[in-house]
Design a protein around this ligand. Structure first.
Ligand code: KG4
Ligand code: ZN
Length: 353
């Protein structure tokens, strides 16, 4: 079964052709990073306009690379949410138009369910055995999901404030590092000689996460290092970010980046290990953009003792192949024009995971 996937939930326009839910024939991603970098984050209007520009070309490239024509497609799968409303609209309208013209179903896929199914795209390995514990760590989400069966999920824990990727992006801005923050912090941390010590929010007795206190602690530490004052003196101070970061030496920046990264990695790993042991899972997957982080990958590899599914960076960050995998394995309502005329967007809906 050959399915075309479309993903435009944030700032990547992506199209992919995947056979039988696991075999990637093409997975084309057009990144908008350079357009958003001057603003230090994604600007929604720029993102949706750029999706309009890119989606046709990206889709044609995916079909050409796969050596597949439109007539070969069984269905089109598209992300309907969560994500940026204007960005989702572009992909959903494009996918619906294409499916309607071809007379094939348009399958709606939850973006988080897509991230979860990136573990099925490691086609040189047997598929994960269930129950599987998945840590979904991205720019918008940090969740521990216990997967009992296809489409059968239990939310064990979630962030009560910021997502891990959001914290990476925030602290990177604080340090005057380029967007996106995750890879920039990872790059800076490599040069650390004495990582600063920052707090970890363990939230005992729960599988939940919290990163906002860590962000504030990092801000206080940057202030203290830049001004030579005691970190306590920074309490209640709102930092003019870049100006303060300019007071740090590259070595100090590296040490803050490494200390921050270590705090996040420690919490993500400990909670995942505890969840995997408590629920006696058969496998663990770490998915979403932050799963590209090498420190996190190495720590997970050392700590998890059941088969571990770590997406390569190209499948960890947003891509359309994972959307097809989810559409293939989880039976879902089909958007056949005469059956269900309205395919609704759900920018903030994630209950399916
Ligand atoms: O899954 P994703 O591509 O988009 C969302 O669905 O949010 O995740 C993007 C997030 C960003 O916050 C980015 O900074 C983070 O993933 N990220 C990383 C790394 N690469 C991307 N975080 C830490 N280390 C990385 N190497
Ligand atoms: Zn994502």
């Amino acid at each position: 079964m050959i399915i075309l996937g479309i993903e435009t939930s944030c700032d990547e326009s992506s199209a992919a052709v995947v056979v039988d839910g696991r075999h990637i024939r093409s997975n084309v991603v057009s990144s908008q990073v350079a357009l958003h970098a001057p603003y230090g984050g994604v600007v929604p209007e720029i993102a949706s306009r750029q999706h309009v520009e890119a989606i046709g070309h990206v889709t044609r490239t995916a079909l050409n690379e796969a050596g597949v024509s439109l007539r070969d497609l069984s269905s089109v799968a598209v992300t309907f949410g969560p994500g940026l409303a204007g960005s989702l609209l572009v992909g959903v309208n494009y996918a619906r138009g294409l499916a309607t013209a071809l007379g094939i179903p348009c399958l709606e896929v939850n973006h988080l369910e897509g991230h979860l199914y990136s573990a099925w795209l490691l086609a040189d390995r047997p598929p994960p055995e269930l129950p599987m514990l998945a840590l979904i760590v991205s720019g918008g989400h940090t969740e521990l999901v216990l997967m009992h069966g296809h489409g059968d999920y239990e939310l064990m824990g979630h962030t009560i404030d910021d997502a891990a990727g959001e914290a990476f992006d925030h602290v990177a801005r604080l340090l005057g590092l380029r967007y996106p923050g995750g890879p920039a912090i990872e790059g800076a941390a490599v040069n650390a000689d004495a990582p600063v010590s920052l707090p970890r929010a363990w939230l005992p007795g729960t599988y939940n996460f919290s990163f906002s206190g860590l962000k504030t602690a990092a801000m206080h530490r940057v202030y203290a290092l830049a001004t030579g004052q005691d970190a306590n003196a920074a309490r209640g101070v709102t930092l003019p970010r870049i100006d303060v970061a300019e007071g740090l030496s590259p070595q100090q920046t590296a040490n803050v980046a490494a200390g921050f990264q270590k705090s996040i990695v420690d919490v993500l790993v400990r909670k995942t290990v505890t969840g995997a042991e408590d629920r006696a899972v058969q496998s663990v997957a770490v998915v979403g953009g932050v799963a590209a982080n090498r420190a996190l990958r190495a720590a997970m590899e050392a700590a998890i003792d059941v088969p571990l599914y770590l997406s390569p960076p190209s499948l960890a960050t947003d891509n359309a192949a994972m959307i097809v995998a989810a559409a293939y394995f989880v039976p879902r309502e089909m958007d056949e024009p005469d059956v269900k005329p309205d395919l609704e967007l759900a920018p903030r809906r994630s209950e399916r995971v």
